[in-house]
Design a protein. Structure first.
Lengths: 284, 121
């Protein structure tokens, strides 16, 4: 079990950002299919490609970090250790599925701005989300893996879309883009609400599985980190609610609020990567 | 709408019901045990875990005051243990067993414990 500062934590981070960013790009592109919102499409397609490349980079980083965990820093440059990690070990079996789906997502992200390609991109993303938990805590138990996949999918559709929309709006967006953003946020709101609810329920169930008691929540590093994550998610929800209210009143969304929501979402992903390596209360 | 929400809740809870197995592998027992005093040379070192250890990443080393003691190849058994025969000599003294393995989630876990050898006279 790695420490919270271990290389494996930081190797996971780009992978989570890639999956959530890719899911967010797919959702945002799916909601931007008319003249009112087409100004956002080139930026969203570019972000999907960046997420695809990030996913490929993440799979290489994870293999190197795992080799370091097994044989120390020298393991990352020894072919024998790398072969053991990605071919011989049980973890390597899951990594190969992970690699196949990450490459498929990266390839499908090419020209994703074309409507027909979006379906293929969404299918490859779904496959990547399904296999991702089996390279970590989801491994060994199908139900837990499926629960992690569900959590990842709905979190990506919610927070990933927020991050992608904040990035696609640019630093000084044109009037076209602000209007397009308002329209997409209006369409996204009901989905965001449903996905946030599903993320909340699946997150609470996962927390119950891993923490198991109030003492575990309050008295362990893992529990306190989880409470920090909940506080961040609460702050994101508050930002989202304020913008949703503005859009409901036919006012333009507040860009600083969207950016704050996106920054908090990225921080939440960092905390999640830390959680995946922290010792569970049941083991302490 | 309420039926659909209930459907999702039932699905999530059904998934949770299958997750009662602990997420991380833990050491359950060892032979020689931690802190044990062994009369004579132990034939092998064996450690049991709560999940099936991954053979590819499993390692065992034994060190005494005289340096590293030669062990045989690491074997993984169906009873979720890793073991190695003690091939080198173990004169009286304290020995440290260092182990490395990984469970279902692939997390590489490491640990060590000590035991002592007192030859019978």
């Amino acid at each position: 079990m790695g420490e919270w500062w271990s290389l494996e934590v930081w190797a996971k981070l780009p992978g989570y950002l890639a999956l959530l960013g890719g899911t967010g790009a797919a959702v945002a592109l799916g909601l931007s299919r008319d003249r009112q919102t087409e100004a956002l499409v080139p930026g969203l397609a570019r972000l999907a490609r960046v997420a695809g490349l990030l996913g490929v980079e993440a799979l290489v980083l994870r293999a190197l970090a795992h080799a370091v965990a097994i044989d120390g820093p020298a393991g990352a440059v020894q072919l024998d250790t790398l072969r053991l990690v990605v071919v011989d070990s049980r973890w390597g079996g899951s990594w190969q599925w992970h690699a196949a789906t990450a490459l498929a997502v990266a390839l499908a992200s090419w020209r994703v701005g074309v409507a027909r390609r979006l379906v293929l991109y969404a299918i490859t993303l779904a496959a990547a989300i399904l296999v991702a938990p089996f390279l970590g805590h989801g491994a060994g138990t199908l139900g837990r893996g499926a629960l992690h996949s569900l959590h990842l999918a709905v979190t990506g559709a919610w927070l990933g879309t927020v991050v992608v929309l904040a990035l696609a709006s640019g630093r000084a967006p044109s009037t076209d883009r602000v209007h397009a953003l308002g329209a997409v946020i209006g369409r996204f709101s009901p989905w965001a609400l449903a996905c946030a609810a599903a993320a909340g329920v699946s997150g609470v169930v996962l927390a119950w599985v891993y923490v198991g008691s109030v003492d575990g929540l309050l008295g362990t590093f893992y529990g306190r980190l989880l409470l920090g994550k909940l506080a961040l998610v609460g702050a994101i929800g508050a930002c989202g609610f304020l913008n949703w209210r503005r859009v409901g009143r036919r006012q333009a969304p507040t860009l600083p609020l969207i950016r704050a929501e996106a920054a908090l979402a990225i921080l939440t992903i960092v905390v999640t990567a830390l959680l995946t390596e922290a010792e569970h209360p049941e083991s302490e | 709408m309420a039926k659909r929400t209930m459907g999702w809740l039932v699905l999530v809870l059904a998934m949770a019901a299958t997750t009662t197995v602990l997420a991380h592998m833990k050491l359950s027992k060892a032979m020689p045990a931690a802190g044990a005093v062994v009369a004579g040379q132990p034939p092998r070192v064996e450690i049991w875990y709560t999940q099936m250890p991954d053979r590819a990443v499993s390692k065992l080393t034994l060190k005494g005051t005289g340096g590293e003691v030669k062990l045989g190849a690491v074997a993984v058994a169906a009873d979720k243990s890793i073991s190695a025969t003690v091939d080198g000599a173990t004169p009286d003294g304290t020995y440290t067993v260092s182990w490395q393995t990984a469970g279902d989630d692939g997390h590489v876990q490491k640990g060590d414990y000590t035991f002592s050898v007192r030859q019978t006279r």
